[in-house]
Design a protein around this ligand. Structure first.
Ligand code: NDP
Length: 338
């Protein structure tokens, strides 16, 4: 059983060498009497929160640290090879939290979602139809109250979550602008994902000026994925009673000292509602989400960019690449074909 192991706790920027791939033996059967499933992992999802779990975590009621010397774990798509659990049978396709390894014995499979719709690519269950899709849905439609004509700004807009928030906002009739870290991503937002405008934040000397150029009348909804200087500049450009949905702060995850903000008074002057959320609190809405999004996919009204690397050996580089923007779309690792 090939596995991706965390070498030691990580501080600062994660590196490929913080992980290594090793092989151990595993019986491809659920032990007699155990209410567990044995999974063959097909796709693994690279998500920014995995970096948080590589650290020594203190004071979080959401995440626990990975254990150095043990495999990483995260969302993935898998096939049931053997089951001692009445709700799962051999051949079922599922998505949920699994090991970064070829085969995983899962003792609490109740947390997995069964995959019933296979007319769409299976890899979508790591992204569009999985946790990131639910994040875009919950963070935009549940945390905010978007209306037609709202001016919406999204950071990390070509990523797993951002590209969907933009498309959901366009379907609502909003004006949508995204910020991304390369010209290639700017072109994709404008030409493939239907954003009205996009800019490369790495090429802007002055983020406040870039936002004023795209939002001369201000921003109604900011979908926050990055934090740092971008959030500070956004605070200067929010419309009165605007909303900020704090999904992620990726520019903070590798910092030992949190970043300070200069423009927080704007929250008061402009009566802004700013709200963080955790997608796990919304997983009960998954059936509603599927009902909304599957028809859009089948009608071609939502498209999805994913970036699939081949083999477990590629997983450390793929994960680390999230922090330099190497991924174009949802970063997925193909472990094995069905
Ligand atoms: P992405 O697919 O967007 O990948 C991360 C992207 O972030 C990179 O491609 C890069 O794009 C950008 N990025 C990396 N470092 C920085 C930086 N220092 N400053 C600005 N941009 C940076 O990831 P996801 O869509 O999976 O996640 C997006 C955000 O949502 C993350 O912050 C994540 O933690 C959060 N999240 C929160 C959840 C919740 O429950 N609240 C659930 C899921 C995700 P670029 O080339 O544009 O720089």
């Amino acid at each position: 059983n090939k596995q991706v192991i965390l070498k030691d706790y990580v501080s600062g920027n994660p590196k490929e060498s913080d992980m290594y791939v090793t092989t151990s033996s595993i019986k491809l059967k659920v032990p007699q009497g155990l209410k567990a499933v044995l999974l063959k992992n097909l796709y693994l999802s690279c998500d920014p929160y995995l970096r948080i779990r590589m650290d020594r975590i203190q004071g979080s009621n959401v995440f626990t640290s990975f254990t150095p010397g043990s495999p990483l774990s995260g969302f993935g798509v898998a096939k049931v090879l053997d089951s001692g659990h009445p709700e799962f049978k051999e051949g079922d396709l599922v998505w949920g939290t699994t090991g970064w390894e070829e085969y995983s014995l899962i003792t609490e499979p109740e947390h997995f979602f069964k995959i019933h719709h296979t007319d769409v690519p299976l890899s979508y269950y790591t992204g569009l139809l999985g946790m990131p899709g639910m994040t875009a849905f919950a963070g935009f439609h549940e945390v905010c109250s978007p209306k037609k004509g709202d001016r919406v700004f999204i950071s990390a807009a070509a990523g797993a979550v951002g590209q969907l928030v933009g498309q959901f906002a366009k379907l609502m009739g909003c004006y949508v602008v995204g910020s991304v870290g390369s010209k290639e991503k700017v072109d994709l937002l404008k030409n493939k994902l239907g954003f009205d405008e996009a800019f490369n934040y790495k090429e802007e000397q002055d983020l406040d000026a870039a936002l004023k150029r795209h939002f001369p009348e201000g921003i109604d909804i900011y979908f926050e994925n990055v934090g740092g200087k971008m959030l500070d500049a956004v605070l200067l450009n929010m419309r009165p009673h605007g909303q900020i949905s704090v999904c992620g702060l990726i520019s903070h995850y590798n910092l030992n000292q949190p970043q300070g903000f200069s423009n927080l008074l704007s929250l008061i002057y402009n009566r802004i509602r700013i709200e963080g959320f955790v997608v796990f609190d919304y997983f009960h809405l998954y059936p509603n989400f599927l009902d909304m999004v599957l028809p859009y996919i089948r009608e071609g009204k939502i498209v999805y960019l994913d970036d699939i690397t081949q083999g477990l050996e590629s997983a450390p580089a793929a994960l680390v690449g999230l922090f330099s923007g190497r991924n174009v779309g949802k970063q997925v690792v193909l472990v094995s074909h069905e």
